[in-house]
Design a protein around this ligand. Sequence first.
Ligand SMILES: Nc1ncnc2c1ncn2[C@@H]1O[C@H](COP(=O)(O)OP(=O)(O)OP(=O)(O)O)[C@@H](O)[C@H]1O
Ligand SMILES: [Mg+2]
Length: 194
Amino acid sequence: MSSFSLALDQPLLLKESDFIGKGNERACYTNPLNEKLCVKVQKRSHRSQNKIEKYYYTKLKKRKNLSPFISKYYGEVSTNMGEGLVFEKVTDLDGSSSQSIYALLKSKIISEAEAREILRTVFKDLYKNAILLGDVTKDQILLQKTENGYIPKIIDGLGTRRYGLKLFLVSNFKSFARFKLVKRWKTLEHALGI
Ligand SMILES: Nc1ncnc2c1ncn2[C@@H]1O[C@H](COP(=O)(O)OP(=O)(O)OP(=O)(O)O)[C@@H](O)[C@H]1O
Ligand SMILES: [Mg+2]
């Protein structure tokens, strides 16, 4: 699937009607060629989150057992809004955008105990696979509603907050990634208020 960009002579045309949401740095659009995928383009270049993620996800893809709790990465694509990264689009059964664990917690759709249990599961998996969630935000873990309950999916914040030596170290030294993950997880729990 990552090769579809090669088939295009023209950059992928992202339209406002494809817009899903935006953060501080990036805007996310449904991929007009495949509604199960989304494309993230950088709004401002100062922190280069796409550059960080491109490096880190490419490293992670080379490992065998990638976490099921990460929105899948499909590579880069040229778009009318600049270089984009292609990911699995996280939606519920009915096709609507999945909500974040924080939003579901705040609206009391899930309890604190359920949220803690879900976080525990995600943490154990990231720890086992030595994957760092380094840029902590409240809305980076979506809960995808399925017939069998919620599946947590990380959509943002993997790797480090800056592109530099630390990113190289967490990508190549599992014990360093685990050490940083434990510290960042406390920040995440604090941000979620649990
Ligand atoms: N894989 C995905 N599936 C569905 N929606 C997504 C996905 N990734 C991002 N989004 C939507 O796009 C929004 C912005 O994406 P993202 O959080 O990656 O941007 P960001 O600029 O990195 O955010 P931040 O400023 O918090 O770092 C999200 O809040 C979410 O609504
Ligand atoms: Mg981000």
